[in-house]
Design a binder for this molecule. Structure first.
Ligand SMILES: Cc1cc2nc3c(=O)[nH]c(=O)nc-3n(C[C@H](O)[C@H](O)[C@H](O)COP(=O)(O)OP(=O)(O)OC[C@H]3O[C@@H](n4cnc5c(N)ncnc54)[C@H](O)[C@@H]3O)c2cc1C
Length: 361
């Protein structure tokens, strides 16, 4: 699969067109059964397709946008939606006609899920939501979001449309990393929802968040590894072309060892992602493997991006080069889907040690 005709980067509308181009290439249908409109293939096929996209687009923002849509909305509707919700939402989500994501983070609550305050109350016709979500990928281009709010003191998931009364999907709070993904706050002021917008069981929100983030952590680096592959090829070419002291830059051991490390990080990261795919395809749990994958791959991406800039010297910092942008993207990757520290907490907890602190893990 190639993505050579991908629309150019630009404003939020351009980001939407880029995601919809990928949808038209069936990228949103991998690892989903044909009865639900998917391709009926497996997670290993998903990894291969996302890797190919990363190689072609070299855009971490697009990779993040697609992953937020898939793991934040498509898979939760697939897994927890009732038949009516699946029929209503899945065809448009898989076709990219509806763009979505998930809204967990709030201004005062990132890693700590206990600190979330967005509130859901019951009404005669359904629910009323109040609160504010922050740093939510896809918000400016989204038609709907899976919003997590406390109903009777327990987190529950709600399907909120951008045009619901009392819902405001903004383009505020943009961060520099992964910019093309688009990001915003979601402000809910007496947002009225009918009964059929509760996704999954009332009070099951915490478990649903863990399940969504587990998949996101396992597979978001499939696309990013494609970008890292491109990054490595660029650096190899540069080190062959650039001359210092009458020899190629790559002949300097200090440089060639950095390149060897980049290759090792890329392949190790890809092995982790493929291990998650293998586990999923065999119906095995990925709690530990996905935390390890996210932790390892984000650090690998950051270190290789720093090395790439360094090897290129000042040229690596030029605006026309993507290398410096990738450093910011890599820094963001250590935070989204649960930060690196949270992954360590999770790994320790799964090994029967650590604080057992309830967080985005
Ligand atoms: C590009 C990008 C896209 C994002 N997209 C989304 C999205 O679509 N939906 C969404 O809901 N959120 C999204 N987020 C938010 C993201 O999930 C949070 O940034 C993340 O959970 C960390 O929260 P925080 O930024 O508030 O940092 P904090 O939770 O305030 O943490 C600050 C620092 O303290 C560390 N820390 C916190 N708690 C602990 C602990 N218990 N032990 C050790 N260290 C700890 C963290 O690792 C971090 O280094 C996105 C973020 C970024 C950067």
């Amino acid at each position: 699969m190639t993505y050579s005709q991908i629309p150019p980067m630009g404003n939020a509308l351009a980001s939407k067109h880029r995601l919809q181009y990928c949808a038209a290439k069936n990228l949103l249908k991998h690892a989903i059964a044909t009865e639900f409109g998917g391709l009926g293939d497996n997670f290993q096929a998903l990894v291969a397709a996302h890797f190919a996209l990363g190689k072609s687009c070299q855009d971490t923002g697009l990779v993040l946008s697609i992953n937020a849509h898939l793991w934040g909305a498509v898979f939760p509707v697939l897994r927890y939606g009732c038949a009516e919700q699946q029929t209503t939402w899945l065809p448009a989500l898989l076709a990219g006609d509806i763009i979505a994501g998930h809204a967990i983070t709030e201004p005062q609550a990132g890693s700590d899920l206990n600190a979330l305050t967005t509130h859901a109350g019951k009404t005669q016709t359904g629910f009323v939501l109040n609160g504010q979500k922050r740093f939510i990928t896809n918000t400016p281009i989204a038609d709907m979001m899976i919003v997590y709010a406390k109903l009777d003191h327990k987190l529950s998931a709600f399907i909120v449309r951008a045009d619901d009364l009392g819902a405001n999907f903004t383009d505020a709070s943009q961060v520099d990393g992964c910019a093309s993904a688009t990001m915003g706050d979601i402000i809910l002021q007496d947002c009225q929802l009918p009964h059929n917008r509760l996704l999954g069981k009332a009070g099951a929100g915490n478990m649903m968040i863990q399940s969504a983030l587990e998949l996101e952590r396992a597979f978001i680096f499939a696309g990013i590894n494609g970008i890292m592959h491109w990054q490595l090829q660029q650096i190899i070419q540069y080190s062959r072309k650039r001359r210092v002291e009458n020899t190629h830059l790559g002949h300097k051991q200090a440089i060639s060892h950095k390149i060897a490390d980049m290759k090792l990080r890329l392949d190790s990261s890809l092995l982790w992602v493929n291990e998650c795919a293998r586990l999923k395809d065999n119906n095995k749990r990925i709690s530990l493997a996905s935390a390890q994958t996210k932790l390892f791959a984000a650090d690998a991406f950051l270190q290789s991006s720093l090395d790439a800039v360094h090897i290129m010297g000042a040229s690596g910092l030029m605006a026309t080069q993507k290398m410096a942008v990738l450093v910011q993207d890599a820094m963001a990757s250590r935070l989204f889907s649960g930060s690196s520290e949270i992954q360590k907490n999770m790994i320790a907890a799964l090994l029967g040690t650590g604080s057992g602190y309830k967080s985005k893990s």
